[in-house]
Design a protein around this ligand. Structure first.
Ligand code: MCN
Length: 801
């Protein structure tokens, strides 16, 4: 492909619309319709663990404007069954999931029990307040420590609270410890945070009773999967269900869950009432009834030689999966298999326990298990360096997989049962560049200067790899319209990643048209029905490759039509600026739009201009387009891309932090990122992704913690109490000023050499900040997040010995 747009920092075409209030989100759907949708509100459990002994809805039914009230008793067939385990795994020996409306037990605060449908949300909420639910209280199990102690059970038939246990071992661990000159042990903990997109979840459903078909708008990352779930749960043919993700105001993982209970109950109500119904999540609902991630406790034993090379690494960790396991063991399996990052220990054993607690479910949040793994690995490397009195950078370098060792197989197995193999990487070069970027060798001068100003200063770093672009497939349809517009339809959805721009770049290059002509639609099952979804940093690799292949198919069709007309071999033709022409001979052919008219006999009959422009080379019946007789109509292409396995991106971050000795405020003086996501479709988008991820990572490292009390009540379930950082809370002069450089190690696994980038920014940040704070304060940091009051307490405890 002629690379005119691929690799260029083109401004995102979607942003003007989105930043000027012209986005169209689920809550906007139906706003201008003559028939106003009914609105839903849910009665949610105020208790973390209880049996439901009775539900009284009589009072609520009296409220004027209430249309219907549903409990589990009103669900039918598959809708009354538990929600699915979306990614089963053999290690998940005690899976449990909830119901669309709780049946007879609640296992976390926020679990939906009753659905109220009314003429508006205010009435629905008022009526919900009049519903009385009777409970028999059960002992709540809150937090990893309580669950490990198993003093009480979340699910009575799982007395030890262990949903899954998995062990993997590669190399001979005992021999590795025998060979070690030194051993260290560490206990490391990371707390719960959550995706928290700007727009919460939302569902709007409309039933067409004449056609017996359903249209659903959902703020989702996976419209095709939501469609499949609704069709199965409500017993509808797939062809009678359309799911559309309109503009989605962020997802960060929480919107890959499918179906959310509301994605079943809202369409169900729309069908039963034969009237549009919608529900828009409020912020408190999002905190208590969507999903969280990250809480893990790790116990590590490491053996190493005098140079800091790891000979044996033994990791046992406990993962809090909340009340249910809709996502199987995906987060702990990612931690356990990607914890090793760019390093190759002599031997590695990992054992995890995924355990139940009476808290909201845990599903992947940007990074999905990797931030915990990187935290564990990098804290271990810092401990080794400090123990040996060696430079922290040098200890990393001593353990790297080298460029000539790819493809590299750790001997570990991933979720799908297949071996986890790194495809390519240039780790030593990345680290060397990072060292320069951050000014690693000048830290001692900065430290002295900071000391003189009453501050502690420290520097830290962390490295990671990230398996991106997993299969099984993603597809695209490319259609050249008769006015020259190129429509690209992909099945996965966009939540702010800039897909409309990036995939237009690829299609424009492949088809040789100006980018302004390319229109990308995503996440609409009417336009493209087979897709997997946006997660695991997979869109660039998967949909990017599929768009390239589909555009190539459309191009081949256009060349064939014109080659026949001009009696020139297709191989001798090219498309430049939307003109199909003999190579190097501008003016010799015709526009792509006219080629599209030729390929559309019905359209041709009505287009005098196109007839005139295309009859010149091959006169014939003026009403019949001069295309080959066996030619299929249209200049279109559909193709799918299926990768052999994930491709591994990598990154290295470093930070210099200053801590005020009076206030314990942490300031990031400098931050450097060296990032390798293979070939870049759009460097500006990738930079935005890294910056956004970094801000999210800083939030996790410094501020965010879901504060559950012992009764399972989330104490900070609002933005008054939970500090999600605005740009003003990012303790840097400007995110735009961070030092960001790209190492480009193309992936050999896909046609464009791409690796994913969407989660990269967030993954190592907690580890980097911990490393730098530890360097500044001179004592071990073993638990995240860090905020001034915790730092004050830790420093006081350290001073007291
Ligand atoms: N890109 C590129 N060149 C590459 C790799 C990526 O130009 N070599 C571009 C892509 O074209 C795309 C963007 O970078 O526009 C991210 O691509 P990719 O890494 O494939 O990630 P996805 O598009 O699959 O997005 C998912 C990823 C994940 S898993 C989370 S979580 C996340 C994230 O992206 N959620 C986001 N970034 C987010 N950004 C926003 N604004 N909102 C979210 O909810």
């Amino acid at each position: 492909m002629a690379q005119r747009y691929f690799g260029s920092p083109i401004k995102r075409s979607e942003d003007l619309r989105l930043t000027t209030g012209n986005g169209r989100y689920v809550d906007d759907i139906g706003a201008r319709d003559a028939v106003r949708p009914y609105e839903a509100a849910y009665v949610r459990s105020p208790h973390a663990h209880a049996k439901i002994t009775g539900i009284d809805i009589d009072d609520a039914l009296e409220v004027e404007g209430v249309i219907a009230i549903y409990t589990w008793e009103d669900l039918e067939g598959p809708a009354a069954e538990p929600l699915p385990v979306l990614i089963p795994h053999p290690s998940l020996h005690a899976p449990r999931t909830g119901y669309p409306l709780a049946k007879d037990e609640v296992n976390h605060v926020g679990e939906a029990i009753v659905m109220v449908v009314a003429t508006d949300r205010y009435i629905a909420e008022d009526a919900a307040n009049r519903i009385v639910v009777d409970y028999d209280f059960l002992t709540p199990v809150v937090g990893v420590t309580a669950s490990r102690d198993a003093a009480a059970a979340v699910h009575e038939d799982v007395p030890d609270n262990v949903a899954a246990r998995l062990v993997q071992e590669t190399g001979d661990l005992q021999a590795g410890f025998d060979a070690a000159s030194h051993t260290l042990e560490l206990d490391l903990t990371i707390e719960r945070s959550a995706s928290i997109p700007l727009e919460g979840k939302g569902v709007y459903a409309r039933w067409d009773s004449d056609d017996a078909s359903l249209r659903v708008y959902s703020s989702t990352q996976t419209s095709t999967s939501v469609r499949a779930a609704i069709a199965a749960k409500l017993r509808l043919p797939l062809t009678k269900v359309e799911v559309i993700a309109p503009d989605v105001g962020g997802g960060f993982g929480v919107k890959i869950v499918h179906p959310w209970p509301e994605e079943i109950t809202v369409p169900m109500a729309a069908i039963m009432l034969n009237h549009p119904v919608k529900w828009t999540e409020d912020r408190r609902e999002h905190f208590i009834a969507s999903s969280h991630e990250r809480e893990q406790q790790h116990e590590i034993k490491v053996g190493f030689d005098d140079d800091g090379r790891i000979t044996a690494l033994d990791v046992v960790f406990w993962h809090d999966n909340g009340a249910y396991t809709p996502y199987g063991v995906i987060c702990p399996i990612v931690t356990s298999t990607q914890l090793l990052g760019p390093y190759k220990p002599g031997a590695y054993r990992v054992e995890f326990y995924s355990i139940y607690t009476n808290t909201v479910i845990v599903t992947p949040y940007r990074g999905a298990g990797r931030p915990q793994g990187v935290f564990a690995m990098e804290r271990t490397l810092d401990a080794i360096a400090d123990y040996l009195g060696k430079d922290r950078v040098d200890v990393r370098a001593a353990n790297f997989i080298q460029p000539d060792e790819f493809p590299y197989d750790h001997g570990l197995t991933f979720q799908d049962g297949r071996p986890l193999i790194y495809d390519s990487g240039s780790y030593p070069a990345q680290l060397e560049s990072l060292r320069e970027q951050i000014g690693w060798d000048q830290i001692d001068e900065l430290r002295a200067d900071a000391e003189a100003r009453g501050k502690w200063l420290g520097a830290g770093l962390a490295c990671y790899v990230e398996g991106t672009g997993p299969g099984p497939y993603e597809g695209a349809h490319v259609n050249v319209l008769t006015d020259g517009t190129v429509e690209v339809a992909i099945g996965l959805t966009s939540q702010g990643q800039g897909h409309q721009t990036a995939f237009a770049q690829i299609a424009a290059d492949e088809l040789g048209v100006p980018i302004e002509r390319v229109k990308v639609t995503a996440g609409d099952t009417r336009r493209f029905g087979y897709a997997v979804g946006t997660f695991a940093s997979r869109a660039a690799v998967m949909s990017g490759s599929a768009v390239a292949l589909a555009a190539r198919a459309a191009k081949a069709k256009a060349l064939r039509v014109v080659s026949d007309l001009l009696e020139v071999e297709a191989d001798d033709l090219e498309i430049v600026d939307g003109m199909v022409q003999v190579k190097g001979d501008p003016g010799s052919g015709m526009s792509l739009s006219n080629a599209a008219v030729l390929s559309n006999p019905l359209r041709y009959a009505f287009d005098e201009a196109a007839k005139e422009a295309t009859q010149f080379a091959k006169p014939g019946d003026p009403n019949k387009p001069p295309v080959p007789d066996d030619s299929e109509p249209g200049i279109e292409g559909t193709d799918y891309y299926s990768p052999p396995r994930s491709t591994f991106a990598s990154g290295m971050h470093a930070a210099i932090v200053e801590i005020d000795k009076q206030t314990f405020d942490i300031k990031i003086v400098k931050y450097a990122v060296n990032h390798d996501c293979g070939e870049l479709i759009n460097p500006m988008i990738v930079e935005g992704q890294v910056q956004g991820g970094l801000a999210q990572g800083i939030g996790g490292a410094l501020y965010e913690k879901m504060e559950y009390d012992d009764y399972g009540q989330l104490q900070n379930a609002s933005f008054m109490d939970f500090l999600l950082p605005y740009v003003t809370e990012i303790p840097m002069e400007s995110l735009g000023e961070l030092s960001l450089e790209h190492q480009i190690t193309p992936s050999p696994l896909n046609p464009l050499g791409i690796k994913g980038a969407g989660e990269a920014g967030v993954i190592p940040v907690a580890a980097v900040i911990a490393s730098a704070v530890e360097d500044a304060l001179g004592f071990k940091i073993t638990e995240m997040p860090l905020n001034p009051s915790r730092l004050f307490a830790l420093t006081a405890a350290h001073a007291a010995g």
